[in-house]
Design a binder for this molecule. Structure first.
Ligand SMILES: O=C(O)/C=C(\C=C(/O)C(=O)O)C(=O)O
Length: 302
């Protein structure tokens, strides 16, 4: 439904490059989405943006193109708490996808069990103000209490300046925490400075997992340019590398396909995968990041 798409919205890259980096066998794209198609899975009335369609077929084709094996599909705010498109993709994945849903505090045990049977293993709490109107913390506490018996975790999406006010609430949640995109640090700051050190301290205290994803959202130096053997996003590298080296067994990586709300450039997903060796310098770090960690969190039974 192109006529409804948010003005300025960039469609996902139609022809991602062949990655130069070969991911280890069994690698997982641990942060991606499906959008619609709107004709089958309408977007939520309360959404703050309208994306282009980006369905399961395209997601799975990208998975195969990048040489990955599995996906963790995260409910995006454009679908609100209607997880129908997510569940449809999980059911079509032949067990190769797990999900992170969005639910409201009145969600029933029966609905949670239906989502679990489809492959959902967590819920997302989004605090990014341009995406959602903040949910009251008591509602989120109710959701966390409801999902804990299922062994689910909570994926947190917040902006770095908000961590100070959210930290104690996060520490009070009775579930495992997973942080999207390193908590969106200001990469123009010093990676050894107080802001990012405070984030790392929170990760240590909470035992949270961290997605070292979305350099294209965080970079201040703009779109990648081939620079010899090194792709750009170099201003993000010190931050991501610090997280990988500090918490090697609790980091995850994902493409964030189809890359919602990017307006100045659309990343080439092949180059995003090529970014991984910049942030995970050893084969052991890359295997943990791409295979062992996501398998332990999302497919512990295997
Ligand atoms: O896809 C992401 O993880 C980032 C964004 C969007 C969402 O997470 C969403 O709409 O649920 C963003 O920063 O706009």
């Amino acid at each position: 439904m192109w006529t409804d798409v948010t003005p300025g919205w960039l469609p996902w890259h139609p022809n991602p490059s062949e990655p130069a980096f070969t991911a280890p066998e069994g690698a997982v794209d641990a942060h991606c989405h499906v959008f619609g198609p709107a004709a089958e899975f309408p977007f939520a009335p309360e959404r703050k943006y309208t994306p282009v369609d980006a369905g399961k077929e395209q997601l799975f084709a990208l998975r195969d193109h990048l040489g990955l094996s599995r996906n963790v599909i995260v409910q995006a705010t454009c679908h609100g708490s209607d997880n129908s498109a997510l569940v449809d993709a999980l059911r079509a994945s032949d067990g190769r996808a797990r999900g992170v849903a969005s639910v409201t505090s009145d969600v029933t045990r029966q609905e949670l069990e239906r989502l679990h049977a489809a492959g959902v293993r967590g819920v997302r709490f989004n605090f990014v103000k341009r995406l959602v109107d903040a949910a009251p913390t008591d509602a989120l506490e109710i959701i966390a209490a409801k999902i804990a018996p299922l062994g689910w975790h909570v994926v947190l999406y917040f902006e770095a300046p908000d961590l100070r006010d959210l930290r104690d609430f996060f520490l009070s949640l009775p579930v495992t925490l997973v942080i999207d995109h390193m908590g969106r640090p200001d990469v123009s700051a010093d990676p050894e400075g107080p802001e990012f050190s405070g984030f790392l301290d929170f990760v240590a205290r909470s035992g949270a997992w961290v997605k070292v994803s979305c350099p294209e959202r965080l970079t201040r130096t703009g779109p990648p340019a081939l620079d010899g053997e090194q792709h750009a996003y170099t201003d993000v590298v010190p931050f991501a590398r610090k997280v990988v080296e500090t918490f090697p067994d609790r980091v995850l990586w994902g493409t964030d396909w189809p890359h919602p709300n990017l307006t100045d450039h659309m990343p080439d997903d092949g180059l995003l995968l090529d970014h991984v060796p910049q942030i995970a310098a050893t084969p052991e770090q890359r295997r943990a990041l791409l295979v062992d960690n996501p398998m332990r969190l999302y497919w512990p039974e295997e």
